[in-house]
Each structure stands twice: as structure tokens, then as C-alpha cells.
Design a protein around this ligand. Structure first.
Ligand SMILES: *Cc1c(COP(=O)(O)O)cnc(C)c1O
Length: 388
């Protein structure tokens, strides 16, 4: 059923209610759009391991990202892309240098990738303005001689500055890999988010550019990208000899087919995105809540964030959304440290994340969200803000 279908729904008392609005309703290429690519797979009988479709996808992505050919390695997920980038930049953690510095405000995949490379996590707080690790603060840490890798995260797709982190790497000699999972849109623009440091992206169904499951690593350093491709394929390069730390993190031809069809549709997808975000801006402007709306192009387009001023206000807005059958999500929960697996990790004091994470309410996004739905969402938010 449609996100905002006119089909009647009823509550337990038999009263007709507005249909629920899900927080995210992705739309990937249709069967018809995929068919020409699937027929190519039938013809070549190549199903994975950098077949023609994966290579074409990498080439077209290099064009989109304004990178030299060889600047993109496709991967089976954002997490495998990040893992291979860590293995290539820092190897498997060993000896005295075992720590991975990760920000608390991120999706758990950042921490899971670092752990799978043998790292011990050290969870650090983010900056209250940028919502990400601050390179100068990390450079001033007392434990740098134990640090194997630093993984700055682009929160909600907000870009991580390459220049400042390159300087950090030069000063400290510590490798840096950027978790830019949701930065596809910013990487295709003029933002300058790509450069020498490897950026791992996710093509998960919940991201703006999606292949179902998938991802890539992008960098101007094509030699390093090649090594990352090797780490994604059992450490093989030109022979069956496993020569580097590795995993199986390859993108299959079927997922590459989705990526190619998604690229064919990308301009239309962006137009639809601009329309929906325009509706949000108009609605929040009328409600006098413009300055609380954080959405594209500042962040990745699926993140339509309402920034509550206090945790009480966030609670009130969440309650009002629920009463109006509008779903929302704290995309990063309360931060890494609140998850069972990471609660016991060594962590700095996290005042910014603890205060900020519960205030960033993810509102619904879908390419076909209509004006009526956005009005309903805006009204529910305003009602929550008005409560005391
Ligand atoms: C989506 C996401 C990932 C994980 O990507 P997958 O493709 O799901 O493995 C990693 N980090 C961040 C910040 C993300 O948003």
C-alpha cells in the first residue's frame, strides 16, 4: 500500500484514522529498469568478482565523483568498504597500536568495522557544531601512541573536511579512514569531500543512492583504491595468492545492475528529492520552525531532521508524532555507547553526544511524499513544540 494512500484505515474502536506515515519508504529501480542489465548478466554468465557491470558502475561513479579512473572500488556493503579501507590503511591491529578512535554519534557499522579489524574501540565525543570528531582535539589526545586508526564519520552525510584530517595524518603518522556512508550526494557535488583520504560510502536501501546492499571506497589515490579492492577480494591481485589482510566484500553483478539502473534514474530521483524538501521547507517556514529543520543539501536527502532545543521538547514532539501516526527515528539512537555491544568499551566523557543525539529526530522521507502528508508531519511537530 502507498505511504499516503487514500485507502481507509480504522482504529480498534472502528473510527477511521489517517494512514500511518513510515519514516522511510525507499524506491529503487523497477523490474523493467533492471531487465536490460539482467539480460547482460544472462549473456555473459559472469555473476561477481568485478564482472563487466561492476566495472562499468565503478567507471560511471568515477565520472560522477570527478575522480580519475580507478578512483572507486565497489563493495558488497558500506561496512565491507570501510573494513577493507581500514585493513589497507592500518592492517590488522597488533602490538601496542590497537586503538580505533571512533565518534559516539554514528551508526554502529563504524564500530563493527573497526572491531572486525582487531581494533579496540575508544569512543570519542563529537563537536557540538559539526557533530563530528574535531581533528585538533584528536591531535591533542594523550593516548596517540596507542592509536592504530582514526575513523571520522560524516554524520547524516555532513561532509568531513579532508584538508584538516590530512594534516592530522601528516603530523601524527596515524592513518585516517573516513566513514562517509551517506555522502553520495555531497560527493557528486562541488563540496570537495573526496581527496587523498579514502571515503567509504554505503549503497544500502536506506541511503539516497541505493543498490539494496552495496557500497564503495572513493579516493584520488588510485593505487590505494586498488589495494582496497584486493582487501575486498581475499587479498588476491592478479593471482590466487592471498597477500594482504582481507575479507570477501565484493559487489555482485546483480547489485551492480541495480546501481547502473539507479544511475540512469539519478537525475529524476534528485528532482523528486528537491520537490519533497521544498514542501518541508515551505511547511516549516509557515510554522515558524525553519531554523529547526536540518535537511538536504546540508545533509543526505533521506535525513529530514527536526532539531529539538531540549530533550523535553524532543519527547513532546515524539509523542505528538506518534499520536498522529507519523513515524520518526533517532538514526544513531543515543550514540554508540548506548548499545549493548559497545557499552563496555573505553570511552571519553561524551557530554555533547549524550545531549545532542536524543534531540535529532529523523522525520519521514519518501520520493513521493505529498503535500498533505508533509502538512500533517509539520502540524504534528508544531503541536509537540507547543506543549509545555
Ligand atoms: C549506512 C551506514 C553505514 C553502513 O553501511 P551498510 O551499507 O549498511 O553496511 C556505516 N556508517 C554510517 C554512518 C551509515 O550511515
Amino acid at each position: 500500500m502507498d505511504a499516503h494512500s487514500t485507502e481507509a484505515e480504522f482504529d480498534p474502536a472502528g473510527e477511521q484514522v489517517e494512514p500511518a506515515i513510515p519514516v522511510l519508504r525507499p524506491r529503487l529501480p523497477s523490474a523493467e529498469q533492471l531487465l536490460p542489465y539482467l539480460r547482460r548478466i544472462d549473456a555473459t554468465r559472469v555473476y561477481t568478482s568485478w564482472g563487466p557491470l561492476a566495472l562499468e558502475l565503478e567507471e560511471r561513479l568515477c565520472g560522477r565523483f570527478s575522480l580519475p579512473l580507478g578512483g572507486v572500488a565497489s563493495a558488497g556493503s558500506g561496512t565491507s568498504a570501510l573494513t577493507a579501507a581500514i585493513l589497507t590503511a592500518a592492517g590488522r591491529a597488533a602490538g601496542r597500536r590497537r586503538l580505533a578512535i571512533v565518534p559516539a554519534l554514528t551508526f554502529v557499522a563504524t564500530a563493527a568495522a573497526a572491531e572486525s579489524c582487531g581494533c579496540t574501540l575508544r569512543i570519542a565525543d563529537v563537536d557540538s557544531e559539526t557533530w563530528q570528531l574535531d581533528p585538533e582535539r584528536v591531535a591533542a589526545r594523550a593516548d596517540l601512541d596507542e592509536v592504530a586508526i582514526v575513523i571520522p564519520v560524516a554524520p547524516f552525510g555532513r561532509p568531513v573536511p579532508q584538508a584538516a584530517w590530512l594534516e592530522f595524518r601528516q603530523q601524527t603518522g596515524i592513518p585516517v579512514v573516513i566513514d562517509g556512508a551517506a555522502t553520495f550526494e555531497i560527493a557528486t557535488g562541488q563540496g570537495g569531500i573526496l581527496g587523498k583520504l579514502p571515503v567509504a560510502m554505503s549503497f544500502h536501501a536506506t541511503k539516497a543512492f541505493a543498490t539494496g546492499e552495496g557500497g564503495c571506497v572513493a579516493s584520488t589515490e588510485t593505487g590505494m583504491v586498488k589495494q582496497i579492492g584486493q582487501a575486498l577480494n581475499f587479498g588476491f591481485s592478479g593471482s590466487r595468492d592471498s597477500a594482504t589482510p582481507s575479507l570477501n566484500g565484493k559487489l555482485s553483478e546483480y547489485h551492480a545492475a541495480v546501481g547502473l539502473a539507479e544511475l540512469d534514474e539519478w537525475n529524476a530521483k534528485q528532482e523528486a528529492t528537491v520537490r519533497v524538501l521544498g514542501l518541508y521547507r515551505e511547511s516549516f517556514n509557515r510554522l515558524g520552525l525553519t531554523d529547526r529543520l536540518v535537511c538536504g543539501p546540508e545533509v543526505g536527502s533521506i535525513y529530514v531532521l527536526f532539531q529539538a532545543t531540549t530533550q523535553l521538547e524532543a519527547k513532546n514532539v515524539a509523542a505528538s508524532l506518534a499520536e498522529n501516526r507519523v513515524s520518526h527515528r533517532l538514526w544513531y539512537g543515543g550514540g554508540l555507547q548506548t548499545h549493548t555491544q559497545f557499552a563496555g568499551c573505553q570511552s571519553d566523557l561524551l557530554p555533547v553526544t549524550e545531549e545532542l543525539a536524543p534531540r535529532l529526530l529523523g522525520l519521514p522521507f519518501a520520493l513521493d511524499l505529498d503535500e498533505r502528508a508533509v502538512e500533517r508531519i509539520g502540524a504534528a511537530v508544531a503541536h509537540g513544540v507547543g506543549r509545555r
